[in-house]
Design a protein around this ligand. Sequence first.
Ligand SMILES: [Zn+2]
Length: 99
Amino acid sequence: MDQPPYKDALLRKRTEILGTGGIKPLQASMENNTRQGDIALKLKATDAKILQAIEEALWRIDKGTYGLCRDCGEPIAPARLNAIPWTRVCISCKEKQSS
Ligand SMILES: [Zn+2]
């Protein structure tokens, strides 16, 4: 079977986030109304965002659209994918977003 090269990196990062005693997405939304869940969500906001992006990236690998910019549809540079395998957009769209 052909495993996309970035899938391992994505799965490793996901395990890393979930394995640090971090939140699980389902659990987080279930605890959304409790004070404890609220704190956990704030502490883990960045991880949760990455986790979401990782899930999307894994989904795109399955669909065969991984590595294409969500905004312009152009291929994302391999160097960028190596650095941030869960990225959704190419560097020029990213720069447009943050400006
Ligand atoms: Zn783009």
